[in-house]
Design a protein around this ligand. Structure first.
Ligand code: BGC
Length: 759
């Protein structure tokens, strides 16, 4: 029997509360003073967030009056230096207590300069890039009066059907945590009162990515172990990085909706982690606790939202959400409507209301709004789309691209080509190329692929264009022009993929193939016999079987953002050697979903030689393209994996090193990945778990040594007794260029080592 050591829990509270350490006259004392002077209506106003007019970013007249009356604390979608200053002036100068507003907005992958979607950015495997793009997004957003972003979205998912997979960092909790930390630091810096930072929000708390069948908003039923090991870690990483707010998820978690869940909202977030910033509900999520139909929509409007049916009416919904730990109600107004009567009935306490208000005011103080509530209107224009922002957007987009296929080294294309055809529904399409959740990004700012290719080839080249079909591709009417363009070109660049609106919120798909007749378009182009390469733009893993077998070259470009066309051209013509790797598994068939690399072994591990093992009759169990996969225009060799010691003691650590050489003829980036596996444990463990990654650049012929450190927190898991444990014993460790390294046969032993964790 293995001895189990209780580990100091990664979730243990390490800090004392803000109130305990506040100096005299500090933020907490100022909050005490304010709360002491607030009426109940003013308190409930701080717990209300309303939706400003989306296109203009202005508050409505009714909202402005509420601000004047001191009964509206925050907005979403309110933005623009002039519009926010105007509303802020009302709050600060005309309301009784002068409490500033805070303006929240979904700054997900850029504000006006749009970066690649977060899933794409994860494909860079570069947390520095993520931090940098978040910092630029923060700078632009703050210049436009936005003080608070509803990002990072740190939901892990195993389901390519779920449209919101595009908003997160993919399938792995270790990687998700690294990107979560980086994005929080990028948005907030060390002090988000600065004029180039914003407060961040970790969302959606929690397990939203577990939606059954990948259908958005659907039921989630999961174990505490899965919560602790899979869904919580990126949120904990955000908390540790100083994130100052959380947003609830729309889903239920094993029967209790996330917006009324005392376990996640209070037991874990407050009592275990010591989080002291506010939790806001997602859009109308408080009202969605109600049963349908709503008994009296006149007196209990809540925007008409209902569904989970854990509350009979709006009053019960408000009680459940507030008491569980949801501090701010987004959009529906049940707190304002019902909390007074709930207080009278003794169903909620003033102490709980004050606690929620305190958290909101804390966020506003930390954002510097009490000291400097306005933004400098003269600066906004110069900050948005600043040249260095665009340069970073181009650089990061190119670094996020993953080379999936490159048969016979078709890519890179020669920059001396004189006749190139650019075809396909996304080739000259500024709307879809920036993706979903585009902040204040404008299609007219976007460089489409056609323009990027023209710029790369210069005036001497003849670049022809034909759309072929639109993104949904129901008609073949435009194919003829596309084929004509392909026939008269030396090379054709075909840009296919999904409309941006097919991923993101409420955009789940049951089939994950290329839309409509796009494959027919590709087949027809192939039939011309002329050279072609495929660029994909999509927000989820797609079924790429045809491309895998038949396309000479495939670049996964995701939705690259404002500088899409330049970034695609940089990769196609070899200015940038692609170094991205997949942060999600691409399945062979939609029926394999949920699919992820760090699966459990099962009692009957898959074995094609034995029917009675865990597998399919019709497709292999492996993905088409695995987590961590990606090609390059050069070749790398990883060798000589070695450990600093054969064993590790509790509290100690060891290092794992490997040599990486560029054995090809051009400079390039390799992402070196470290995986571990607990050989025997008292609860089943994944066949492999990522525990380190580094992206490095190597010139042709260059060799570098990469070193990772492993300590016992890397080996911990959620034990049988519902605490974090580490168990002595043997562990496998691999270093490679893909998650498939863990399946390499014994001859590739050079990439594998074992070590022991001592008692
Ligand atoms: C989304 C959130 C978003 C909110 C505000 C909701 O529909 O789920 O992620 O932050 O809207 O726009």
């Amino acid at each position: 029997m293995l001895m189990v050591t209780a580990l100091s829990r990664p979730e243990a509270v390490t800090s004392v509360s803000a109130q305990e350490i506040d100096p005299p006259g500090g933020i907490e004392a100022r909050i005490d003073d304010l709360i002491g002077r607030m009426t109940l209506e003013e308190k409930l106003g701080q717990l209300s967030m309303l939706d400003a007019d989306y296109p203009s970013g202005e508050l409505t007249d009714e909202q402005k009056q509420m601000v004047r009356d001191g009964v509206l604390g925050s907005t979403l979608n309110g933005r623009g230096a002039v519009a926010t200053n105007e509303a802020q002036r009302i709050a600060v100068e005309e309301s009784r207590l002068g409490i500033p507003l805070i303006f929240g907005f979904d700054v997900i992958h850029g504000y006006r300069t749009v970066f690649p979607m977060p899933l794409a950015e994860a494909a860079t495997w570069s947390v520095r890039d993520a931090r940098r793009s978040a910092a630029i997004a923060a700078k632009e957003a703050r210049a436009a009066g936005v003080t608070w972003t509803f990002a990072p979205m740190v939901d892990i998912t195993h389901d390519a059907r779920w449209g919101r997979i595009v908003e997160g960092a993919g399938e792995d909790p270790f990687m998700g945590s690294a990107f979560s930390r980086a994005r929080v630091k990028g948005f907030q810096g060390d002090d988000y009162s600065r004029p180039d930072r914003v407060a961040a929000t970790a969302k959606h708390w929690v397990a939203y990515g577990g939606a059954e069948a990948g259908r958005d908003y659907n039921t989630v039923d999961t174990s505490e172990r899965n919560l602790r090991e899979l869904y919580f870690p990126p949120f904990k990483a955000a908390h540790d990085a100083g994130v100052d707010s959380f947003m609830t998820a729309f889903n239920e978690i094993s029967g209790i909706p996330a917006t009324a869940n005392p376990f996640t909202l209070t037991e874990v977030l407050r009592d275990e982690w010591g989080e002291d910033g506010p939790v806001l509900s997602d859009y109308t999520a408080v009202a969605e606790l109600r049963a349908c139909p709503i008994p009296n929509v006149e007196t209990d409007p809540g925007r008409g939202a209902c569904g989970h049916a854990v509350a009979a009416d709006g009053a019960e919904a408000a009680r459940l959400a507030l008491n569980a730990g949801t501090d701010i109600e987004m959009v529906s107004q049940l707190y304002r409507t019902h909390i007074p009567e709930l207080l009278d009935q003794g169903l909620v306490t003033m102490e709980r209301v004050d606690e929620a208000v305190r958290r909101v005011l804390r966020l506003k103080f930390r954002a510097g709004l009490f000291d400097d509530p306005y933004v400098d209107e003269s600066k906004e224009g110069g900050v948005l789309l600043a040249p260095d922002h665009l340069a970073q957007a181009r650089r990061i987009a190119a670094r996020s691209m993953v080379l999936l296929e490159n048969k016979n080294q078709v890519l890179p294309l020669s920059a001396d080509l004189k006749r190139v055809a650019v075809v396909g529904p996304l080739a000259n399409n500024q709307i879809d190329m920036i993706g979903t959740w585009t902040g204040d990004g404008k299609p007219e700012d976007v460089v489409p692929v056609l323009r990027g290719v023209e710029a790369a080839l210069g005036d001497e080249a003849n670049v022809s264009y034909a759309q072929g079909c639109d993104t949904e591709c129901v008609s073949e009417d435009g194919f003829r022009a596309a084929l004509q363009a392909a026939r008269s070109a030396q090379a054709t660049i075909v840009v296919v993929g999904e409309p941006a609106a097919w991923s993101g919120e409420a955009s789940s798909r049951a089939e994950i193939d290329l839309p409509g007749r796009q494959i027919q378009l590709l087949k027809a182009i192939k039939k011309t016999g002329k050279p072609f390469v495929v660029v994909l733009m999509n927000g989820r893993p797609l079924d790429l079987n045809w491309l895998h077998n038949r396309a000479p070259a495939v670049v996964e470009a995701w939705y690259p953002g404002t500088q899409a066309g330049h970034a695609v051209a940089d990769v196609l013509f070899g200015k940038v050697n692609p170094g991205g790797k997949l942060p999600v598994s691409f399945p062979r068939a939609v029926g394999q979903i949920p699919l992820y690399y760090n699966q459990k072994p099962t009692g009957r591990p898959p074995n094609p030689e034995n029917k009675y093992t865990s597998q399919y009759l019709d497709v292999p169990v492996t993905p088409l393209y695995e987590f961590g996969y990606g090609l390059s225009y050069t070749d790398f060799e990883i060798s000589n994996v070695r450990l600093s010691a054969p064993s590790i003691s509790p509290g100690g650590s060891l290092t794992v090193s490997a040599d990486v050489a560029n054995i090809g003829s051009r400079s390039g980036d390799e992402v070196v990945q470290l995986y571990i596996h607990d050989k025997v444990a008292s609860v089943t463990r994944p066949i492999a778990e990522l525990r380190g990654f580094k992206r490095l650049n190597l010139d042709a012929g260059e060799e570098k040594t990469v070193t990772f450190s492993i300590d016992e927190t890397d080996l911990a898991f959620w034990g049988q007794e519902n605490t974090w444990v580490v168990e002595p014993g043997e562990f496998d460790v691999w270093v490679g260029d893909t998650s498939a390294v863990t399946e390499y046969p014994a001859e590739d032993d050079e990439l594998h080592e074992t070590f022991t964790l001592n008692n």
